[in-house]
Write a new protein. Structure first.
Length: 245
């Protein structure tokens, strides 16, 4: 893309992981500056600025300077600056890193509104629960290589495990853990604190079988529930569980 390709740039919105705003300008003036790079009509720009501020929930902070904002509010400002000119293709690079839960929900709600209003969004994140919440199609990348792509349901089909059963049980003797580990469909067993996690590689009645075993051995438990593989399980299977730099 050439430096003067303004027609193309006007259709793009980029929000980097690192916040990039002017410390000398207020919230409103920052958004006005970035929007003004593409929207010259003052009346239209004012409307767009107000809509961007409303989208990210910064109505009460218009006259604040960046140094007066919390980390979550600062990231919301960063997003507003990148999308105020109403681009049709938006790149968001980990916009919810290190923000409080309230700001995170606000950011995700804003992204859903942009999507629902017709924008195409390329969203980069390590938080798989966010992917499940907002993404229509997913690409799993590792060291620059595409390992898998598809809808969330299609990617979950790649999981080697079929089911995870979690049991809240106190002081479970190791002999019971070993017996469960040897059950036919069991892939792995983990017991930490008072939480027993049994991972199954296949089978349809795993939860019932486990409950019957606990009842037979007269093992009292507080809570038991089953869940299907998550995107996080798929991600770890494909990329490995070792720590990364």
């Amino acid at each position: 893309m050439k430096p003067d390709a303004y027609d193309i740039k006007a259709k793009l919105g980029v929000v980097f992981q690192d916040v990039a705003v002017f410390e000398e300008l207020t919230v409103q003036d920052n958004i006005d500056y970035f929007c003004g790079l593409y929207i010259k009509d003052k009346k239209k720009r004012k409307q767009y600025i107000n809509e961007a501020i409303e989208l990210v929930g910064l109505e009460e902070f218009r006259k604040f300077y960046p140094k007066q904002l919390s980390g979550g509010l600062l990231r919301r400002l960063n997003i507003a600056c990148g999308i105020a000119h109403k681009p049709t293709l938006i790149f968001l690079d980990e916009p919810t890193v290190a923000v409080d839960p309230q700001s995170r929900n606000n950011i995700l709600d804003g992204i859903k509104k942009l999507r629902d209003n017709g924008a195409t969004i390329v969203y980069t994140t390590h938080y798989m629960e966010e992917v499940e919440m907002i993404c229509d199609r997913v690409i799993i990348l590792d060291k620059g290589k595409v390992l898998a792509s598809g809808t969330t349901d299609e990617l979950k089909e790649l999981a080697k495990i079929e089911e995870k059963v979690t049991v809240e049980v106190n002081n479970l003797d190791s002999k019971y853990i070993e017996t469960i580990r040897k059950m036919q469909q069991v892939e792995d067993v983990d017991y930490r604190g008072n939480i027993l996690l049994v991972t199954y590689k296949k089978g349809e009645n795993n939860l019932v079988e486990l409950m019957e075993y606990l009842k037979k051995e007269e093992i009292q438990y507080n809570k038991i529930y089953s869940e299907r593989p998550t995107l996080n399980d798929v991600f770890l299977e494909l990329t490995g569980k070792e720590l990364r730099d």
